[in-house]
Design a protein around this ligand. Structure first.
Ligand code: SF4
Length: 605
C-alpha cells in the first residue's frame, strides 16, 4: 500500500452568524492514499465545497473550523502558518474549482499567469524551464496550438479550454494531492465528457492522490476508487462505486441513486396518439445575426450568425425539447420567441398571429399566455420585495383584480408550487436556488399561461432538486394542460419530460424527431455524440470511444463552408466540406440535416 497522503479526523466547520454558530460540516473523517481517487458526492448545500476548501487548509471567515484536523503527510493544514499553507497549496497541494472564468486575471495572458505561479512556489525552476513546463502541459491537456494559446488572454479561451488551463495551473507544480471541486458542472455535456476523459488519461501519469467532488453520481462513479456520500454536512455512507450502486445502505444514498434519470432502460414518453393539431407557437425560417466590434481591428465589426433559418412548431399540450451545446443559438432563440429581440428574417406566430404585427396591447396579452422561465433564479427576483408581493406583482401588471382576489390567488399558487404560507413575507436572500425557482414558477403560473418556455430553468440546480421540480412540472401539466418548450443542454432532463426533441448545432436545427427516435435511433452524428457524453449509471448504446467529439465548435463569426459540423464529425466526406446539408424530412415526423441520410430522404423540407 502506498503512503497515507491525507487524513481528516473529526472535522467540524461552523458558520458564524448573528453571534452564534451554524454547523456546516459535522465530524467528517476520511483518508486518501497516494494514487487513489476518492469521490465525494452530495447535493447542493451538503457541504461539499466547504469540505473541498477545508481539505486544502482553506477555512475563511465567516466559517471557522471548530474541531478536528486535516493532515497532509503528517502536517495539520488548518494549524500551520498562513504563508506556509499558501506555498504548500501552490506546490504539493493543487485545487481546481468550478469557475475557471474567475480564476484567471483577465488582464494577463493565461500562460504567463501560470508561469508566475509556478515560479512563486518553486525556487528550483527558472522562467525558461517554467515556460517549457507550462507549454508541455497545455499540449498534454489537448489545448490546440499551445504555443499561440500561451500568449492569449482568458476571454479568448472557451469555457472548456479555460477548465483545461485550470488543470494545467494545478498540475504545473507536480502536486501530490489534488482536489477537483465540481469541475464539470459548468461545462457542456460533450466538453465535460472530454474533461473526464482527460482526467482518466492524467491519473495514470500522476503520482498524486485525487479528491473528486461532484453533485453527479454517474460522474463520481466513473472515476472514483472509493467514495463517500455527504448529506447535510455529514458523511452518511462510505463505499466503492460498484457496492454503492448495487446495495446502497443509507436512505439518502438510495434516494440519490433513484433520482438519477434512467435514459435507455425505460421507454420515453410517447408522442400522444391524438397530438393536438393546434399549433401554439410556429417558428418559420428565423434568422438572427449580431454585429459586434472586431477586437482585432480598430473600428472594425464582425457578424455573429447566432440563429440560421430555424423552423419548428409547438403543438398544444406537447413538450418540445430544444437541446445543444453553449453557443448553439438556444438562448438567442429564447429571446426571439419572447420578443425581447426581433429576428432579422422569418416569422414567429403565437396561436396563429404574427408577433411582428401585434400592437402593444396584444403583445402584453401574448406575454400573459406565454411565460419565460430563465436559468438564474437569483437575479430574476426583486431583492427587496417579499416573495408574496413578488408573485402578486405579475397579476398587478396585467390588472383587473382587487387586492383580496390577488392575495387569494397568491396563497393558492404558492401552495401549488410547494412554498409555505410563511414564505410570503421572506426576502429572496435567505432562500435556496430551488426555492427561488419555485417562486419564479409561481410568478409565471399565476397568469395561467398556455405555453411555458423553460430556458435552462433547472440548470443551476443539483440533480435532486431538478428531479423534484420536474415532478412539479409534470403535476402542473396534468392539472392545467400546459404546453412546454424546454430549452436545455441537459439531454437526460429533456429525455424525461419531452415528447419531441430538436437538436441545434451552431444556430441550426440538425435533427428533429420524437424522443424515442432521438435516443434510440438518432440520424445525425452530432446527436450520437451528445448521447455518448450524457452522464448516466446505465450501459450506453452509444460509446464515447466511437462518438465522443474532439475539440469545440467553430466560431459563429467564421463558419466553415459546407456542413458546420464537418470539422468534428467522424463521418465527414469531401462533399460535407463543400455543400451544406438541408434539414430534410425522413418520414414519420423525423427530420435530419446530414448527407449520410440521403438515401432515406423522401422529400426536401
Ligand atoms: Fe458529418 Fe457530413 Fe453528416 Fe455533416 S453532413 S454530419 S460532416 S456526415
Amino acid at each position: 500500500m502506498s503512503e497515507r497522503l491525507l487524513t481528516v479526523e473529526g472535522l467540524s466547520v461552523d458558520l458564524v452568524r448573528d453571534g452564534g454558530l451554524v454547523p456546516v460540516l459535522r465530524d467528517v473523517s476520511l483518508a486518501l492514499e497516494g494514487r487513489q481517487v476518492l469521490g465525494i458526492v452530495g447535493e447542493s448545500g451538503s457541504g461539499k465545497t466547504v469540505l473541498a476548501k477545508a481539505l486544502v487548509g482553506w477555512v475563511a471567515e465567516p466559517l471557522v473550523a471548530s474541531r478536528g484536523v486535516v493532515r497532509f503527510r503528517g502536517q495539520d493544514l488548518l494549524a500551520m502558518p498562513p504563508e506556509a499553507r499558501r506555498i504548500l497549496r501552490g506546490s504539493a497541494v493543487g485545487y481546481i474549482g468550478a469557475d475557471p472564468g474567475s480564476s484567471f486575471d483577465p488582464t494577463l495572458p493565461v500562460g504567463r499567469q501560470i508561469v508566475e505561479k509556478v515560479q512563486a512556489v518553486r525556487a528550483d525552476i527558472d522562467a525558461r524551464a517554467a515556460k517549457k513546463r507550462v507549454l508541455d502541459l497545455l499540449d498534454r491537456v489537448h489545448i490546440p496550438s499551445a504555443a499561440r494559446r500561451f500568449d492569449e488572454f482568458p476571454h479568448q479561451y472557451s469555457g472548456g479550454m479555460l477548465q483545461r488551463a485550470m488543470i494545467v495551473d494545478a498540475l504545473a507544480s507536480d502536486p501530490a494531492f489534488l482536489v477537483c471541486d465540481n469541475i464539470t458542472q459548468p461545462l457542456d455535456v460533450t466538453v465535460a465528457a472530454q474533461i473526464m476523459r482527460l482526467l482518466h488519461e492524467l491519473r495514470s501519469d500522476l503520482d498524486a492522490g485525487i479528491v473528486f467532488i461532484s453533485t453527479s453520481l454517474p460522474v463520481v462513479c466513473d472515476i472514483a476508487d472509493e467514495l463517500v456520500v455527504l448529506s447535510r454536512g455529514e458523511i452518511v455512507e462510505r463505499s466503492t462505486p460498484a457496492r454503492l450502486l448495487e446495495a446502497p445502505a443509507h436512505p439518502y444514498s438510495q434516494d440519490l441513486i433513484a433520482r438519477n434519470p434512467i435514459i435507455w432502460g425505460t421507454p420515453p414518453l410517447p408522442v400522444p396518439a391524438e397530438a393536438s393539431p393546434r399549433v401554439i407557437l410556429a417558428v418559420d425560417d428565423v434568422t438572427k445575426t449580431y454585429v459586434v466590434p472586431d477586437r482585432t481591428r480598430f473600428f472594425g465589426t464582425q457578424a455573429v450568425k447566432a440563429v440560421r433559418g430555424v423552423s419548428f412548431a409547438v403543438h398544444g399540450g406537447e413538450n418540445l425539447g430544444l437541446v445543444g451545446e453553449s453557443g448553439c443559438g438556444k438562448s438567442t432563440l429564447s429571446r426571439l420567441l419572447s420578443w425581447v429581440e426581433q429576428p432579422d428574417q422569418g416569422r414567429i406566430r403565437f396561436k396563429g398571429q404574427d408577433i411582428a404585427g401585434m400592437s402593444a396591447q396584444q403583445l402584453l396579452a401574448m406575454r400573459k399566455g406565454f411565460q419565460l422561465l430563465l436559468q438564474d433564479p437569483f437575479n430574476c427576483l426583486p431583492p427587496n420585495l417579499p416573495i408574496g408581493r413578488s408573485v402578486a406583482m405579475s397579476l398587478q401588471i396585467h390588472g383587473g383584480l382587487g387586492r383580496k382576489a390577488i392575495a387569494e390567488q397568491v396563497r393558492a399558487v404558492m401552495a401549488e408550487v410547494g412554498l409555505k404560507e410563511d414564505d410570503r413575507e421572506r426576502l429572496p436572500i435567505g432562500m435556496s436556488a430551488g426555492q427561488r425557482q419555485r417562486v419564479n414558477i409561481a410568478r409565471a403560473l399565476i397568469l395561467e399561461p398556455e405555453l411555458l418556455i423553460l430556458d435552462e430553468t433547472l440548470s443551476a440546480l443539483d440533480p435532486m432538486e431538478q428531479a423534484r421540480l420536474l415532478d412539479l412540472f409534470e403535476r402542473l401539466q396534468a392539472r392545467h394542460g400546459f404546453t412546454y418548450l424546454f430549452i436545455s443542454h441537459d439531454l437526460a432532463m429533456v429525455r424525461r419530460v419531452c415528447t419531441r426533441i430538436a437538436v441545434m448545432y451552431l444556430g441550426k436545427v440538425v435533427e428533429l424527431a420524437d424522443t424515442r427516435s432521438v435516443f434510440f435511433e438518432p440520424t445525425h452524428p452530432y446527436t450520437r455524440a451528445l448521447l455518448s457524453a450524457v452522464p448516466t449509471l446505465e450501459e450506453k448504446p452509444f460509446k464515447a470511444a466511437d462518438c465522443l467529439l474532439e475539440g469545440e465548435p467553430p466560431s459563429p463569426i467564421d463558419l466553415p463552408q459546407g456542413c458546420s459540423f464537418a470539422a468534428r464529425c467522424p463521418h465527414a466526406m469531401p462533399r460535407c466540406r463543400v455543400e451544406e446539408p438541408p434539414l430534410v424530412d425522413l418520414g414519420g415526423g423525423r427530420f435530419s440535416a446530414c448527407w449520410l441520410n440521403e438515401p432515406e430522404v423522401s422529400r426536401a423540407a
